[in-house]
Design a binder for this molecule. Structure first.
Ligand SMILES: Nc1ncnc2c1ncn2[C@@H]1O[C@H](COP(=O)(O)OP(=O)(O)OP(=O)(O)O)[C@@H](O)[C@H]1O
Ligand SMILES: [Mg+2]
Length: 273
């Protein structure tokens, strides 16, 4: 499906991503971990073609993504939707319009200027919001929502593009543990139910272990680990994070694991009313 070959990105004399190679033969949920500056965001940005690669290739279903230009490049960008740590919504615009922005790629400039959306798109947007447990937020301004709700709006906007791949750059880094768990579960469900590939940069080990089928570890721009959560032992993690003997897993933990289950169930029930 996806074949990344010796992908490299240099900024001046700094090599941000250094000959990264991995292949994915079926839709999986993949977590990318590594310390700050390891090259995780740069790798995602190249996959989405927000950044051009300096060298190497990205093949998706046999097509060379690195070579796409203009309209073809934009088309690719809607097939692999991206979500970000800071949600990137239009704060003063209502939720449903934010979600409908996910259809921008296939609408005319005029329709966009006058905020004209086909009825069927509006229905779909509401359906997707409903699926994520936030349909009742649809008329509110995005800025009136909690962080976890805003991230779910961003996921809804991504789903509007009907993407084959969802790329998520630290999707839960700005969220409290409860919202982090709700957002990760939403991504997991989208992967399992829709068969979409999810590739997420995660800053904590426990999240990657808990939600992903496969974990890729980066260090200094290179992929130094690629395996299952079970293979990701403390020793391997220590190597990825370049930490000494004093390495503690707790230092990379979001404490999702220790979250009070009752609180979580309550929050979910609230999201679903
Ligand atoms: N636009 C840029 N210009 C120059 N250097 C850059 C640019 N973007 C990234 N870098 C450098 O490339 C390296 C990798 O950065 P990147 O943002 O991919 O790391 P990261 O793993 O996502 O880190 P973090 O966990 O802090 O988000 C860093 O050394 C960074 O300073
Ligand atoms: Mg980053």
């Amino acid at each position: 499906m996806l074949d990344v070959q010796a992908l490299t990105k240099t900024f001046g004399d700094k090599t941000a991503v250094d000959r990264a190679s991995f292949a994915v033969d079926r839709p999986m949920m993949i977590g990318i971990i590594g310390r700050s500056g390891a090259g995780k965001s740069t790798l995602l940005r190249m996959l989405n073609r927000l950044n051009d690669a300096s060298d190497g290739a990205i093949l998706f279903e046999g097509h060379d993504i690195t070579a796409l230009r203009g309209a073809e490049r934009r088309q690719w960008q809607s097939r692999c939707a991206m979500i970000f740590q800071q949600f990137n919504l239009v704060p003063r615009m209502d939720v449903v319009s934010n979600v409908l922005h996910g259809t921008l790629n296939r609408r005319s400039t005029w329709a966009t200027m006058f905020n004209l959306y086909p009825q069927e798109d509006i229905h779909r947007a509401i359906e997707i919001l409903d699926r994520l447990g936030i349909a009742e937020q649809a008329p509110k301004r995005a800025e009136a929502l909690s962080g976890g709700q805003q991230q779910r709006v961003a996921i809804a906007r991504a789903l509007m593009q009907d993407p084959a791949i969802i790329l998520a750059d630290e999707p839960i880094a700005s969220l409290d543990p409860m919202n982090a768990q709700i957002v990760m579960e939403a991504l997991r469900r989208i992967h399992e139910e829709d068969g979409r590939m999810v590739i997420a940069n995660l800053h904590t080990l426990d999240t990657a272990r808990r939600y992903c089928d496969r974990v890729i570890g980066m260090r200094d721009g290179r992929i130094v680990f690629d395996g299952t959560p079970a293979q990701l032992t403390t020793g391997v993690a220590r190597d990825i994070y370049g930490a000494g003997a004093g390495f503690s897993e707790a230092a990379t933990s979001t404490q999702i694991e220790t979250l009070d289950q009752t609180l979580l169930e309550e929050a979910k029930a609230e999201a679903l009313v």
